[in-house]
Design a protein around this ligand. Structure first.
Ligand code: SF4
Length: 351
């Protein structure tokens, strides 16, 4: 066991990527990088990390910021609840912990958006606590090295991986060990066709010796993607347009959007004209509907969104529009944080 850990940490010393968060042990920076890297590739995450730290260099700057400023920085990263939770946690740490992250896993995990993985990463990297980090890369390395076929999605399965990783960590420096296993999974023991022939651990690797590399770790059961239909209404009134903030517990919470009518299928103009919300929006406005609509499909990990964009010009603004939407100058649209889907639409078709 200890030989494997030694090999991994030596491999890490000579192969690790030079990433900005590896130049610090500051818990704030480690937290920011770990949250950004959930669901985000490292290459993309690096740019977001730089922009984030430049705008919010410490916990107080983040805690005192407006959520809209944060969402603007986060724009394009997806899973916006991560940013919303970060904002809440920053406020709590600034107010109740004198701006300092606690150094224990059990305390860290109590904060919004800090799960098992992030708490272990902060505790081990910033405070040198012996808390193994279990991310997708680590699960894969451990499953293959030791021939573990248990699912990572069950409590019992997780415990098996945790115990094995803890044993492997032994008395090695937790910060270095955790980063070494994660990096080994990211660069060497990759999901598809790893270069096992040239791997430094092939002599001790269960999966390689037993021809099980492609079977381990056991594949996750794919969750069914929800199909949704969004009819967007881009309302223009002279030099102005109308937007709203998404406030419900749903995708893109707190981001802005143009008026939206969600339906069971995409609507044609005759179908739209019978829709209650459309009737409210267009009542007494002398609407002029542009004949050609734009259709786009937007795929998220758990949802497929079929979208249709209608553009209407109105000469009058009715009470419904005034009470439900925010009137902004069309040239100021880019100041509002929006989903990647809407950004794409405006970049491609708004001229
Ligand atoms: S031999 Fe192959 S499967 Fe085993 S640790 Fe190395 S890269 Fe991963």
């Amino acid at each position: 066991m200890s030989d494997i850990s030694k090999t991994l940490t030596e491999w890490y010393a000579s192969n690790k990527r030079d990433l900005p968060w590896r130049h610090t042990k500051n818990a704030y920076n480690i937290w920011v990088s770990e949250i950004i890297l959930q669901q985000t590739r490292v290459n993309q995450g690096v740019n977001y990390y730089y922009r984030f730290i430049e705008k919010f260099p410490d916990i107080y700057s983040l805690a005192n910021s407006d959520i809209d400023e944060l969402l603007k920085i986060w724009q394009g990263l997806g899973y916006y609840s991560r940013a919303v939770n970060m904002h809440k946690t920053a406020k709590e740490i600034a107010k109740n912990c004198k701006g300092k992250f606690p150094d224990e896993y059990n305390e860290l995990i109590k904060f919004k958006g800090i799960g098992d993985y992030t708490a272990s990463a902060i505790a081990s990297i910033s405070f040198n606590k012996k808390t193994p980090v279990l991310d997708g890369n680590v699960f894969r390395v451990i499953a293959r090295l030791f021939g573990i076929s248990d699912s990572t999605q069950t409590k019992t399965g997780k415990k098996i991986y945790l115990d094995k990783t803890q044993q492997l960590m032994g008395n090695h420096n937790p910060e270095i060990f955790n980063q070494a296993v994660m990096e080994f999974g990211a660069l060497q023991c990759v999901p598809k066709i790893p270069d096992c022939i040239n791997c430094i651990l092939n002599k001790v690797c269960f999966a390689y010796k037993n021809n099980r590399v492609n079977d381990l770790p056991v594949k996750k059961i794919k969750t069914k993607q929800r199909i949704r239909y969004f009819n967007y209404i881009y309302i223009k009134h002279k030099a102005y347009i109308f937007i709203e903030k998404r406030t419900k517990n749903d995708i893109w919470k707190l981001l802005y959007q143009i008026p939206l009518i969600e339906t069971e299928k995409l609507l044609s103009i005759p179908e739209l004209s019978r829709n209650k919300k459309w009737i409210e929006i267009t009542k007494n406005t002398n609407p002029e509907i542009e004949e050609n609509h734009i259709d786009m499909i937007h795929v998220l990990s758990h949802q497929i969104i079929h979208t249709r964009f209608y553009v209407i010009k109105i000469s009058e603004i009715n009470d419904y529009i005034t009470s439900n939407y925010i009137k902004i100058h069309a040239s100021g649209l880019s100041e509002y944080s929006m989903s990647v889907l809407l950004k794409k639409y405006f970049n491609l078709f708004n001229n």
